[in-house]
Structure formats: C-alpha cells, structure tokens
Design a protein. Sequence first.
Length: 376
Amino acid sequence: MTRASPEAHDDLMAAARRTAPVFAGAQLVAMRELLGQSQADLAESLGISQSALSQAERGETTLSTANIALAALLLEVEPEAFADRPAFDVILAPQFRHLKRTPRREQLRAERFVQATAQVARGLREEVVFPDPFEYAHHIDPDLEIESAAEQVELAAARAREALKLAPDRPISEDLVDDLESGGITIVRDPETDRDIDAYSAIVDDLPIIVLDGGEESVWDRDNFNLAHELGHLVMHRGSERRPGTRTVEAQANRFAGAFLGPAPALESELPSELDWACYLDLKRTWGLSMAALARRAKDIGRIDEATYTRAMKQRSAFGWRRVEPGSTDRALPTPTHLSRASDLAGLSPDDIARRVLLPCDVVSRILGTQRPTLV
C-alpha cells in the first residue's frame, strides 16, 4: 500500500483534528481487523514503528492528526470512525464450526464483520420498519452430550418453528431465507468468508445475525443446513459464555438442523427403512436436506441402524459426494434480501450508508449483497 498525502485534503484534516481529542485505539483495531490487516502492515503504511502503533491501539498514546487522517485514507473510512463510542453488546459470540482450522486473523475479521453487519442493520432500522428481532431461546447445556440432549434439541427445533410461525410438519425448503428474515434474523452472504467457514452466527446489540459463505463452492442444500444449524446456535446457545466450536455444541446444532428442516413426525413415514439413495434424492428436493443429512436423520429417528448409516457415509465418499452430491446444483443459492431492499426503500446507496455508520463502502456493499435484476 503506498503512502497517501492527507495534508492535501482540507476536509479530511479538519475531521481528523476534531477526532484527535476523542481518538480511541480500540476503534482503529476494529477497523484494521475488519479489513484483515496486520498491525505490522498498517504501521508500515503509516510510516511509524509497530511499537508506536501498538501503544496507540492500547490507548497509551494517540496518533497525530496527520496519521489519523492517513489511517482513515488507508482504511477507507472517515476519521470519525476512530472516535470513542460504546462497545457492542455481544450476547452470543460468533459460532465457528471449524474453530481449530480457522486462522486467528480470519476469526477476528469475521467477528468484526458481524459487528459491521449490526451497524448497517441498526442504521437501516432507523429508516425502515423491520420485523422485530428474533428472540426465542431454548437453552441447552452446551457441554451435554447429544445422546442426552437429543430430546431437548428436537423440542427446541419444534418450538423454533412455532416462534417463526411455520407449520410444524411442512417442508420449508425453498423459503428458508425469507422465513428467517421475516422472523427477525439478519442474514448476509459474504463472498470473502474464509474457505474453512461455511457459516457463522452471533447476537450483537440484540440483533441475531447469520453470515453465509459466499464462495464458489457454495450449494443450496448445504446452505439450507447451514442456516438451520446457525439457527440452532441462536436458539440453544444464546448468552452462552462457553468457547464456540466444541464437539458437543456442534453436535447439538447439527441435530437441531435436521429436526428443524425435517420434523420427525412428518419425515419418519417418508424415510425408507433401508439405504435408498434414489428415495433420498427425491426427499431432498422436497425437504431441502442433503442426502447425507437425510441419512443422518434416518439414523437419528431410528429408520436405519448405525451400521447402515456407516455404510451410507462410506458410499458417499466412494461416490465423490462429500462436497457436492446429486441435486446440489439444480437450485439457486438462498439469497438474503432484507438489507438490500431496506436500502432501496430508504433511498440510500452503499456510499450513503458507509458515511452514516462509519464503515468502508466495500464492506457495506458486501453486507448489502448483490441482488439479481427482477421483473417482479
């Protein structure tokens, strides 16, 4: 990154002078982590030592007016973005499925991205009436093994359907994003999500948020399961201070996803009692569960035994279905629409919103998402 000349921008320098007395290093850290920049990289771009930047970020010193202006240029925000303001109220920390495989920098970037999503959603809620935030909770001990928690998890999934005003026994396959957004959950698809992060969820400032991977390997059936899995975290683990990504927490969310998408009373009579991939493919198109998830659901509700399920997973690997299975590419990806539609209704461009909420325009554009043209 080449060094800019903030002194050439009178308005920028004036904003930096206004910001300097209330400069908060924590806000600079947040912006740097949101953009995935290391402390060393930013220090080099500012022309100062890493030690000097570290002291400023810890609140022991402050940056000069010129460096506040330069940091704003480099991070593509207004200088006011570095002013002190209340911290976010994080009720549920981001839930990462593959915590050990996800680099720390990517974890931090994702945490900051979900906070940025809350900023954008909060800004748009000042202009447009949204559904009330989804609040239903059915707390389950995150350390409880799934064998002991299964009955509670199945109940939590059924009650979540009730809370979202969904029929208890009907497929919600193609309407899942719309149903969750209409139920007060903010959903975004981030094209820059790390490849080891399928999705993650959090509750920030009372707003439940789900972030879906926007990578090229995304397919609709896995996204459906990801949405239901993250809903499970929002319902069962709200307020939990336990470390995310543990085996028991993820097992609970997986069981919740299967139960939410395929309620046992409705699905049990349709599942075959033997391994039948053709039947699973047909059910997949109706219920929106992948064939692998349907095999797991069949095991969970007693339609097939452990040995048959193990054989199914071995066959799945042998067939090359671990990432993409038959039927996974015959439907468009679920697309969040509420934030984009709200910005249109409010007459606000990504630039307008970025200035209001003090975020980089590129980040705001990612949060709003790219919508397909419509004739409707």
